[in-house]
Design a protein around this ligand. Sequence first.
Ligand SMILES: [Mn+2]
Length: 338
Amino acid sequence: MPQITFNQAKEFLNNITSKDVIAIIHHDDGDGFCAGILYYDWCKSKNAQAQQFTYEIGRTKLKNIDLEKFNKFIVTDIASNLIAEDLELIKQKQVLYADHHPRDTPIPKEILELVTTDQGYLPSSRTAGELTNLKPWLSLIGTITDAGELYPENQNFIDKNLKKINTTLDKFKQNISSVVTNFLTYFDKDFPKAFEILQQINSIEEVSKLKQYSEPVENEVQKFVEEYEAKKEKLDDINYYYFEPHYSIKVEVAGIISRKNPNNIYIFASPKNDGKDISFSARGQSKKLDMAELLKAGTNGLKDTNAGGHKAAAGALIQSKDLEQFKQNIKNFQNSTP
Ligand SMILES: [Mn+2]
């Protein structure tokens, strides 16, 4: 595979010249964008030609990209099980793959792989910041949007970078990283535009320019959090909340509401794919019910569904026409569980 060291990854970056044409392929979340921009800026500083591609899980396929014109690739923040097949297509090129997800799927042995998992949980944008020494505040934004502060191995990195911009973690989350997260939600149907705008932000102060995009998203989150008590339904013991947001904010709304009473069980529902489908997020720290099992039971016997996740948080998708059956399945499952 060859796994390479931090210094070998640096060497790969130092060897970039104006003759190179480089594709940067990054995940579609805050960490992926920040890492992608740092590598993009690096390539530009070396006068190379660079083009970014946002990798949307389940949607982006490298075979749909004109790969021929690129001689080098930087792939970041995409788990190996999701990208292994696509990496086969570019293994004859020079590829740096810098990622921090658990290695559960082997990737082509030709690819230069910078694995950081033996050092714990290091978000990709932290590594990109340390490799390039560019925009340390952007490296910090990506790290925080990826919940890096929950892992002590990031503490020194976070403290050092907060100090540079003279702020606290709470203020940074409130005024900076959450703005970037909501900005990305605003543009989740036009990621190239999001990259273009975020790449042109050149200081922590300029992040406030993104508020024109983050505020409509934030306001909508607020609105649906407030409407919850009046609009929720009870499926026996489960709190069921259906709402139709304009932006993709279900997971954010689910997080805010469920954190208030984490021992309750919640199912949040909203339309997906132009109303053809409904997607669900289940939340609950219940000892009795596993959220992934609960949603799987909900989709029982229905066509074109998916469901999965963890004990305390899970997701699912059904066709809209099956909603009543889904709700009935959920009730039946509760009544069959001792
Ligand atoms: Mn990440």
